[in-house]
Design a protein around this ligand. Structure first.
Ligand code: ADP
Ligand code: ADP
Length: 223
């Protein structure tokens, strides 16, 4: 898939379990556009034991959002690194309207903008099934599902051989709260990006390959 000949920013939105991480990892490989995933960045900070990681954990464990100032600061720093000079695929950021405004401001100051915001929808009952079966690898966060996308060995990552584990926040009660938080705080972004003329909505309730094919068509239409 060809990368457009200008800085290009894609926002991937959707409830937890919509497939943002799975699809953004495939797109990153295909497009050579850096994937920036706020949840992964918080988890990396936690593993390193930084104050930000410790602060974020208390929110993540409850399925709540980390405060906007912390999150925006982290993303601002990440987007200014050299591997994001051509743009980025934003997975899980922004998740609130103030985050979206901040992102517009920081890109605008560099003469850049969000080119496309893709909202992936999946019914709630499918989300519960996906989240409780999700497994991720310790080393790089590669994502699997015990039924829908299993690794060859259920304990081990196919890509890097590290251990697979279930995230603490993928337990049923926390997932329900995360869904509630999504509808309350993140879903309003759909209207925001619609009004800006960059929204594409798509049905994520189909096999991984089919969602990927649709995303490929959407990207190609923007190039
Ligand atoms: P998922 O992949 O299921 O959508 P993430 O890995 O993106 O979940 O996020 C895990 C948790 O990290 C969230 O529940 C939230 O606590 C925190 N988080 C991630 N991104 C943001 C954000 N943009 N704003 C605030 N908190 C965030
Ligand atoms: P998100 O980043 O939006 O929270 P993930 O990409 O981590 O979502 O996917 C959540 C879970 O659902 C993972 O276990 C993943 O393997 C699985 N999954 C992702 N996309 C699909 C799909 N199209 N069909 C079935 N399962 C999927």
């Amino acid at each position: 898939m060809a990368l457009p000949d200008r800085p290009f920013y894609v926002v991937l939105m959707g409830p937890p379990g919509a497939g943002k991480g799975t699809q953004s990892a495939i797109l990153e490989n295909e497009m050579g556009l850096k994937r920036v995933a706020s949840g992964d960045l918080f988890r990396e900070n936690l593993v390193k034991g930084t104050p930000m990681g410790v602060q974020a954990k208390s929110y993540m464990d409850r399925g709540e959002l980390v405060p906007d100032d912390v999150t925006v600061g982290m993303i601002r720093e990440r987007l200014t690194r050299s591997d994001c000079q051509k743009g980025a695929i934003l997975d899980g950021f922004p998740r609130t309207l103030p985050q979206a405004y901040s992102l517009d401001r920081m890109l605008g100051m560099a003469g850049r903008r969000i080119n496309i915001a893709i909202s992936i929808s999946v019914p709630d009952e499918v989300i519960m099934e996906r989240m409780t079966g999700r497994r991720v690898c310790r080393a790089y966060g590669h994502v699997y599902h015990v039924i829908f996308n299993p690794s060859k060995d259920p304990q081990i990552c196919d890509v890097d051989g590290s251990e697979l584990y279930q995230r603490d926040d993928d337990k049923e009660d926390t997932v329900r709260n995360r869904l509630y938080v999504y509808y309350k705080q993140t879903a309003p972004l759909i209207g925001y990006y619609f009004a800006k003329g960059v929204l594409v909505e798509m049905d994520g309730n189909q096999p991984i390959e089919e969602v990927h094919g649709l995303l490929g068509q959407i990207m190609a239409s923007q190039a």
